[in-house]
Design a protein around this ligand. Structure first.
Ligand code: MOS
Length: 750
């Protein structure tokens, strides 16, 4: 186990060795399985006997109650085995008054006649085939008593309340500082409700053996889901085995779980047969979670030479009628720029809308879309370069807590990016560069996202063939977890990558918190490092105590591990030989990481800078991103390839949030108008021109034993603001109501 004070002083091969595989562009461990279609996702897992198939029915109103539900036709339909509604679903654990992100609790399905949001699940049909279940589900007739939903967020902005347990953060006297500032920005931005649109919808395959339940499902947090499912089914936690070997995207939307998991488990118990239940794409949009809409007011006050004297960011956002999730869009503003007078906070409106929750970089992804544009506006007002304005307002320590930064290379990200991108070619006055009907512009923005470490465990085993098996109840949601764990094992034990096996995504493995908040690699990796170092030590001790080993009697701490060979000076033997002689059944060591008591001494974040070139078609209002460059500082990078994919993926998402993405709410029905990937536009290959992400050389030795941080959420932070700023530079138009669609640009061009 490690604490900060230990790991600052301690050396380890992962932190020190720059010649090994850590940081290299190592191919994805599970890549061949995925590209050959042989990695079984949850719905594709083969159960021990032929399964039945469940299809859910979703509410067609947003608020009210079910007065009648006619299932007779569905029950009589071909192949139907079971139809459940709130009237006959088996008993489940009670729903807590409010869900908490980190506390496992029951998530019962089909609980009452009340409808809280459009698309809430109201029934399930299980049949012998998916086709029969789908056909029967369509026969269910639901009659409702409908209340007028409160679904128009913009009509209820004034109804926002302080989120539970929170208060506004004020430093100095914002009102006074702002009033006195000679140069001011005061604008309001809107971001729409957005959907995760994971490639793999939520899905479950469940079966029982006696009182023991096995479920394969698609979630980000193994232990949380296992415990919550057990509480829902009112059974001992250890009687539930939850697996999530491959996950086709999570992004926060699979941080919890949904009715597919609960209903597949219950129906399988009832029928004595494996059951599969999946959400349809349309059901994903309403029936899971989304990023809520925001309205953000940003006020900046500065001196004439560009020093911020006052800054405020106030966000109004919404969640569902029973929720408490708050999109903390203002929070990152507490760490980014220096200013003596500061005010930030949030207001939350509870609405009859689907459930709001975390989506990639919750907070920053929305919040940078205002503040990082406001900084661009301020730079223009001051006649300053936007990069220089940011550098001038760079804080020496955390602007609100005064804590020292663990390491902060934001300035280097901006300088390096400006140089590599050719920022000096930007003409500050908008609309100066034309190519036919296209206006060309450049924009930039800063990026910031927090760094977190959570408790985790891992175990490493070496077998008689010298193969290392990593075991951890961690998930890989497309991020590269399998690969970086394999790299850490290979590095700590000096074996080729091909001699490492990784087993994750199983509640029977040593627990790790899972994937979220870009804490996955640092958290899981730190526990893995500890396991690797412990196994290394155990191996060395066996070697020096074994008279048959050439290393017999040597000082165990001087033994080196490389290429599957353990050695000291000119004495060596193969690791496999040592283990075969001494531990033919294998040797296992455990590892653990716990957030250190003193971790809060530092302000620890990841940083970046985005540079974008866009073309704006002044006839159609179309925007094309022509070039994008992101430069990031996120601690030691474990794998250049998977990290770069995370960062560029985030940047592309930033383009989507700036230009195309959003669910329109039908405020009369409380539904989302666009419910599929034809109507919800995410960027595709053809929408992205040149794109690159560069990672600075950095080791954050305050972060964790390896000096690594996370990259999963940093890339989206600020990317959309850089696009918006480039649009302004191209054509002189500021659209503060995202997404910046062609109609809005044309209207502003006049
Ligand atoms: Mo995340 S949006 O914390 O998975």
């Amino acid at each position: 186990m490690s604490s900060v004070s230990d790991w600052e002083a301690a050396s380890n091969p992962v932190k020190e060795n720059r010649a090994g595989n850590i940081g290299k562009a190592v191919d994805r461990y599970e890549g061949p399985l995925k590209v050959t279609g042989t990695a079984p996702y949850a719905y594709e897992v083969e159960p021990p006997s032929p399964p039945a198939y469940g299809v859910m029915v979703s509410a067609g109103i947003a608020a009210g109650r079910i007065t009648a539900i006619d299932t007779a036709a569905a029950e009589a339909a071909p192949g139907v085995k079971l139809v459940w509604t709130h009237l006959n679903v088996p008993a489940q654990g009670p729903r807590p008054e409010r869900y908490d992100f980190f506390t496992p609790s029951p998530r019962p399905a089909l609980q009452s006649d009340r409808i809280y949001f459009f698309g809430q699940q109201v029934a399930v049909v299980v049949a012998d085939t998916l086709e029969n279940a789908t056909a029967a589900a369509a026969l269910i007739q639901v009659t409702y008593e409908t209340d007028a939903p409160m679904a128009d967020f913009h009509a209820h902005l004034e109804d926002g309340v302080q989120p539970p347990g929170e208060s506004d953060m004020e430093i100095g006297d914002f009102a006074k500082g702002f009033a006195a500032a000679p140069v001011k920005i005061d604008d309001v931005w809107r971001t729409p409700l957005q959907n995760h649109c994971q490639m793999e919808p939520c899905a479950t395959t469940a079966w029982w053996e006696g009182d023991h339940l096995t479920v394969h499902t698609s979630v980000q947090m193994v232990r949380f889901a296992q415990n919550s499912l057990a509480e829902t089914l009112m059974m001992p936690h250890k009687s539930v085995r939850l697996l999530t070997r491959y996950v086709g995207g999570g992004f926060g939307g699979k941080g919890s779980f949904y009715e597919d998991l609960v209903l597949a488990s219950l129906a399988s118990r009832e029928l004595g047969q494996p059951v599969k239940v999946a959400f349809s794409r349309q059901q994903m949009m309403h029936g899971t979670v989304h990023r809520p809409a925001t309205e953000q007011r940003v006020r900046l006050g500065a001196t004439k030479d560009g020093r911020l004297t006052a800054m405020s960011m106030m966000t109004v956002t919404h969640c569902d009628s029973r929720g408490n999730f708050t999109e903390h869009a203002s929070n990152f503003a507490r760490n980014l720029y220096a200013a003596p007078n500061r005010l930030t906070g949030h207001r939350l409106v509870r609405m009859d809308l689907p459930v709001a929750s975390a989506m990639r970089a919750p907070g920053e992804a929305s919040g940078t879309l205002s503040l990082e544009v406001a900084m661009d506006e301020l730079a223009e007002k001051l006649g300053m370069d936007p990069v220089e304005l940011r550098i001038l307002n760079e804080p020496e320590s955390d602007p609100e807590t005064g804590k020292p930064f663990s390491i902060r290379q934001l300035v280097r990200c901006m300088r390096e990016g400006a140089q590599q991108f050719g920022w000096d070619r930007r003409i500050p006055k908008p609309g100066q560069v034309r190519e036919g009907r296209w206006n060309i512009g450049l924009g930039m923005a800063a990026a910031i996202r927090g760094n977190f470490l959570l408790p985790a465990k891992a175990s490493f085993t070496v077998d008689a063939a010298g193969v290392i098996t990593v075991k951890q109840g961690m998930t890989d949601i497309g991020t590269g977890t399998y690969t970086v764990l394999a790299q850490i094992a290979a590095e700590t034990l000096g074996v080729p990558l091909g001699d490492v096996r990784v087993e994750i995504g199983d509640s029977e493995l040593p627990p790790a918190p899972g994937s979220g908040g870009q804490f996955g690699a640092a958290t899981a990796g730190s526990a893995a490092l500890d396991a690797g170092m412990n196994l290394r030590k155990a191996i060395a001790e066996i070697a020096v105590a074994d008279p048959a080993s050439p290393l017999f009697g040597a000082p165990s701490e001087d033994i080196t591990f490389q290429d599957g060979v353990i050695a000291i000076a000119n004495r060596s033997e193969r690791l496999a030989d040592l283990i075969r002689r001494n531990r033919p059944d294998g040797l296992t060591a455990d590892g653990e990481v716990r957030p250190a008591m003193d971790a809060g001494k530092w302000s620890s974040h990841t940083y970046g800078a985005h540079f974008v070139e866009v073309g704006v078609d002044t006839v159609t209002g179309e925007v094309r991103t022509r070039r994008m460059l992101g430069v990031f500082a996120a601690g030691r990078i474990l794998n250049w390839k998977t990290a770069r994919s995370q960062l560029t993926g985030g940047m592309i998402w930033g383009v989507g949030s700036a230009l195309t993405e959003g669910n329109s709410v039908d405020t009369h029905y409380g539904s989302l108008i666009n419910q599929d990937l034809a109507g919800y536009l995410v960027p595709v290959q053809a929408d992205i021109g040149e794109l690159d992400a560069i990672m600075l050389d950095e080791v954050d030795d305050k972060a964790n034993p390896m000096g690594i941080k996370g990259v999963g959420e940093l890339g989206i932070s600020g990317a959309g603001a850089a696009v918006a700023n480039a649009i302004y530079n191209a054509c002189g138009v500021r659209v503060r109501d995202y997404p910046i669609t062609p109609d809005k640009i044309l209207a502003a061009l006049g």
